[in-house]
Write a protein that binds this ligand. Structure first.
Ligand code: SF4
Ligand code: MG
Length: 304
């Protein structure tokens, strides 16, 4: 069952006296119950802004977001109601979601209260995320980064979300903790029937846990598909470049030549295909017209 539909979403950031920045420039994706979707792309491409719009934390400039059959509207200042939407987010830095002065058991209990769950205990949730029962009385600073992220996941799960969003939830962790935390998020989301939108710039981890991949570049989704297919046969030149940019197992990885150059300024994106200044196979049409196709937004893959 489709849980979340994002359709032609535009989110502009406006600062007085400066040009509006289209952080999300007409993006679409879906997440179904029990499905893990990996949203990948370089930093600054709009992944976090898209996630924040899905949670109602930033208003959509245009387009539609539908969650569980109803529209998502901006929440204004009453952000605590976010959890009532059935969406929980896990952030890169657990300190942004955990209160350093409160015991972790009390913080997990907050989530249980949101769900009206009177049978599960914070200790049960600690166990589910692989931490010992009996740690409820401790404070966040008594844990490692990986453990804190497990606590943040426990707190998010306590609220019984239909959709869990991880916004770079593993990028601040040690390499040894990254795959473990990512795999845990997948297991917990899928076993509870929730959808998981997992945002990362690390394709090697997304490959392990995602059923489908959406590749984002400068505010647009440029390619989507089942993870195995995209991995075996990337079609958009940007996807190919991203896959080529994955560090080799021997640590000798490097950015391939075709991904040379920086991401252009989102306040002044290139005309035509947004990737054309960095694309090794750009054609004349690419500079003139935007390829607004799905599942691959590229003139080389124009649908018949
Ligand atoms: Fe490259 Fe053209 Fe495809 Fe854009 S549309 S990715 S410039 S080939
Ligand atoms: Mg981000």
């Amino acid at each position: 069952m489709t849980l979340l539909t994002v359709d032609d979403l535009v989110v502009e950031h406006r600062t007085p006296g400066r040009p509006a920045v289209r952080a999300v420039a007409g993006a679409g994706l879906t997440v179904s119950s029990g499905e893990v979707v990996g949203l990948v792309g370089e930093s600054g491409c709009g992944k976090s802004t898209l996630a924040r719009a899905v949670c109602g934390l930033v208003p959509a400039t245009s387009g539609n977001i539908t969650f569980q059959g109803g529209p998502v509207r901006p929440l204004g200042l009453r952000r605590r109601h976010r959890s009532l939407l059935g969406i929980q987010m896990v952030f890169q830095d657990p300190y942004s979601s955990l209160n350093p002065r409160r015991k972790i058991g009390a913080q997990i209990a907050d989530g249980l209260a949101v769900a009206g769950d009177t049978t599960t205990t914070p200790a049960d949730l600690l166990e589910r995320v692989g931490l010992p029962r009996g740690f409820e009385g401790r404070h966040p600073h008594e844990f490692s980064g990986g453990q804190r992220q497990r606590i943040a996941i426990a707190r998010a799960l306590a609220a019984r979300p239909a959709l869990l969003i991880g916004d770079e939830p593993i990028s601040a962790l040690d390499a040894s903790a990254q795959a473990k935390v990512a795999t845990l998020m997948r297991e917990l989301a899928v076993s509870s029937g929730a959808g998981l939108l997992f945002i990362s710039h690390d394709l090697s981890v997304v490959r392990i846990i995602a059923d489908r991949i959406a590749v984002m570049y400068l505010g647009k989704i440029v390619e989507t598909g089942p993870t195995a297919e995209v991995w075996a046969n990337p079609r958009h030149p940007y996807t190919k470049a991203l896959l080529g940019a994955i560090p080799a197992a021997d640590g000798a990885g490097h950015l391939p030549a075709e991904l040379a150059g920086d991401v252009p300024d989102p306040a002044d994106p290139p005309g035509g295909c947004r990737f054309h200044p960095r694309c090794p196979v750009a054609m004349d049409v690419c500079r003139a017209k935007e390829p607004d196709f799905t599942p691959v937004a590229c003139w080389l893959h124009e649908p018949a």
